[in-house]
Structure formats: C-alpha cells, structure tokens
Design a protein around this ligand. Structure first.
Ligand code: MN
Length: 430
C-alpha cells in the first residue's frame, strides 16, 4: 500500500491516487484560457490546481533568499531556474512545501495564487534548444533487432554505449496537440522503386523525457560522478514514428523524417527531488560486459535507476463516439526497461566535449518490458503490423488509424511511499 500524503490545505491534493500531492510539485507552463494575449505563466501542480508564481509573489512575503528565484519564475521562463544549483532549487521546493502544507496558517493569503488546471492551456514547459533521442530500452532494441537481424538482434556497440541520434526540437509538441499524418518516401519490400505517400505505418513509442538542468561548457565533459547535478526532471514522451518512411530512409545514418514530424511530451516536469524515494539499484549494464570506467560509478550502480510505472492506452474515434473508455494496451516499468541510466546518458553525451544547455531534452528510447504485454510500440505489439491486435469493441489495429487517441501515463508507487504521478501525454491522429 502507498503511504498517505502528508497533506495540503489544497484539498484535491490529498485524494488517494492523485498525481499531484504535495510530495510531487512538478513545474509546468501555461496561459489562461481567458487571456486573449496568451501570456505564458509558470506554476507547480498541486491537486487539480496550479500554484501560479506571478500571482504568488504579489500575495505573500517571499523570503529574501528566494526573491530573485521567484521573480524569474514569475516572468514565465523555466530555463533560468533549471540552470540553478541543486541547493537553490531545493530551497524553493522546501519553501513551497511549507506554504502548501496543511498546517500553514496563512493559507488564505495564498489562495488567490491558485488557478484551476481546467482554466489553463498547457504549453511546452521550457525553451527546448536541443533534443536527443536515446535507444536505452533493451527489450525494444532486442525486439526490433530480431525483426531486422534474427541472428544478431543487438548491435555490438549496444552494451558498451548508450546509442542515440539527434532529434528535432522544433517539432516537440505539448500533450493534447493533434498529430498530422506525415507524407514521405517509402519502398515496398519487393525491391521495386520507392514512392511518395501518406504514411500507412504510423506508430507511437512509449518513452520518458529527461530535462537537463545545469549545462556544461563546450569541451568540458560531465563526469558520471556529477552527472546527476545536471539532471532536472522527467516528463512522459511519445516519439511518434512513421515506420514505412523510417525503414527506407534509415540506412546508413539512422532516423530522420520518419521521426521529425512530431514528438509529444506531457505538460508537467516531475523534478529529481520528487523522484528521490523511487531510486533503486542499477544492474542492467552489469549483465553482459562491465561498462567502461567513464560510464560506471558506485553511486550509479547503487541508485542510478528510478522505478516509474508506464502505461499506453488507446481510444479510437468509434470508442470515443460511443462513450467507451480508453483501452489499456500495455504496462511497463522504467528501471526494468532501460539498459542505461540518466547519469550514463549525460556522461556519454558530453564525453566528447559536447555541451548541454538548461532545458535540453533527452528521450530515453522506447521503454518496452521483457514480455509481450509490455511492448512500448505497435511495431513490437503487432510484429510489424502482421499480427493485428483486437480491441474490446472488435476493432483491429496493425498501426494507428486516423482519429485514434494515444494516451500515455506514468506514475511512481511503492509500498510505504506517497504515490506521485506525471499526468498524461495525449495525442490524436488527425
Ligand atoms: Mn524513439
């Protein structure tokens, strides 16, 4: 059983199963639906409300040590805050936890800074300068590898380095955005000349998004021992993929237009501080060969992984029209799915001197579990579209059809620990 939240005077935060109890306090950016200027604001989610920084600073005395921090958050930009030291970020968290706690006697003063989540439209949480997608889900790499190279599913480098490619930051979309089916070049397996058409093998990929906090100077690698200092927080990420376009274009340089048409992320960034109770030992990379020293540390072995439950649900247009609820396709779990930790990804990404900037985003790679019912993409779930899945209403799916809504959820739940959630990452095929 999960532990009960320590409680907030914001009552909706104390409801069992709530994603945003006082123990979470994730950051998000939004504008008021009633604001014709759509001015971007920042806040933290608490229950079904948001504590809005721009209002907060006008209704309560902000401690001197936090004046400049709250001032910059009130301007609606998260990147400056992400660049701060752990100590400064933690100081804000401690203060927010205090003023939102049940026992806080001046809660009536702060109440005007609460905005119902229903009254806002969420946008991307920060300025994301660069986006890199890794391939850390070993079961996914294995499943896909088997389709392409049955004899040697894993490439030789896989257990030595976190494989990745540079994604496209410009097409990152907030949850709720419609996904336009991409058009592109592909070729049938018969070897005849390629053609150009709307993708017929549109897929999702269940991933987590990792936000970078403090950056590093170009030419100065981040050693694995301090890599966690550069990790800000996590969101849910759906790496939409056009398998037909991807399959034809990928040789020899990897994903390009089959991926760059859209990537959706959930609205709230759950900070590393909120994830602390869900840390666990990382044993994946010890299975075959030892990692090279620059990807290995005692701390990484002991607590480099994080236990996060993941789910994918689908609601077709027909289901929606008939009022049928979304159907859960699979469940998976981050620490079981990922061969590499966040610290290893950061250490490897910067090992050649490459600089990371506050607000940069990593995708983890598809987080499939070891079993069929934990496959993180339709490519795996339907064996490349060959074995269609049947939904409860009898509809079949090989790949995504127009009108399909894909919903990804994530949460952390352990015995004797307060459950926290990530909200949802939603996208509908137009
Ligand atoms: Mn991916």
């Amino acid at each position: 059983m999960s532990k009960k939240s320590s409680g907030s005077w914001v009552e909706s935060a104390n409801v069992d199963g709530c994603d945003f109890p006082i123990e979470n306090l994730p950051f998000g950016r939004y504008f008021l639906k009633s604001d014709p200027l759509k001015q971007k604001r920042l806040g933290v989610a608490i229950g079904d409300q948001i504590l809005d920084f721009s209002t907060l600073k006008t209704c309560i005395q902000v401690p001197d040590s936090l004046q400049s921090v709250v001032q910059s958050l009130a301007l609606g930009s998260l990147n400056d805050f992400m660049a701060l030291s752990d100590q400064s970020q933690l100081t804000l968290r401690v203060w927010l936890s205090r003023i939102l706690a049940q026992a806080f006697f001046e809660s009536s003063q702060i109440r005007p800074a609460l905005i119902p989540q229903l009254a806002v439209e969420m946008v991307l949480p920060c300025q994301i300068g660069d986006y890199t997608d890794f391939y850390a889900g070993i079961h996914h790499a294995m499943n896909v590898g088997k389709m392409l190279r049955p004899d040697a599913p894993l490439a030789e480098n896989y257990t030595y380095l976190p494989v990745g490619y540079h994604g496209r930051a410009s097409s990152l979309l907030p949850s709720g955005s419609g996904i336009k089916r991409p058009v592109g070049q592909t070729r049938a397996s018969d070897g005849k000349p390629p053609y150009f058409q709307a993708s017929r093998r549109l897929d999702y990929e269940l991933e987590l998004g990792i936000f970078i906090g403090q950056g590093n100077e170009l030419g100065s690698p981040i050693p694995i021992e301090s890599a966690e200092d550069h990790f800000f927080g996590i969101c849910i990420l759906n790496d939409w993929s056009a398998r037909d376009i991807q399959g034809w274009e990928s040789a020899p340089l990897g994903p390009f237009l089959g991926k760059s048409f859209a990537t959706s992320i959930s609205a709230w960034v759950v900070t590393k501080f909120a994830l602390e109770p869900f840390r666990c030992a990382h044993t994946q990379s010890l299975k075959s060969n030892e990692p090279l020293p620059y990807l290995d540390s005692l701390n990484n072995r002991q607590s480099g992984a994080i236990q996060i439950m993941l789910e994918v649900l689908i609601q077709t247009k027909e289901m929606k029209d008939l009022g049928e609820p979304p159907h859960r396709l699979v469940q998976s779990e981050f620490s079981q799915a990922a061969y590499w930790t966040i610290a290893q990804m950061i250490a490897h990404h910067t090992s050649n001197g490459c600089n990371l900037c506050p607000g940069d985003l990593f995708g983890t790679g598809t987080l499939s579990g070891p079993t069929f019912d934990s496959a993180g993409s339709l490519l795996e779930l339907t064996m490349g579209g060959k074995q269609k899945i049947t939904l409860p209403n009898g509809q079949e799916r090989g790949f995504l059809e127009s009108g399909d809504m894909v919903i990804m959820k994530a949460y952390c739940a352990l015995p004797n620990t307060v459950r926290i959630g990530f909200g949802e990452c939603i996208g509908t095929i137009l």
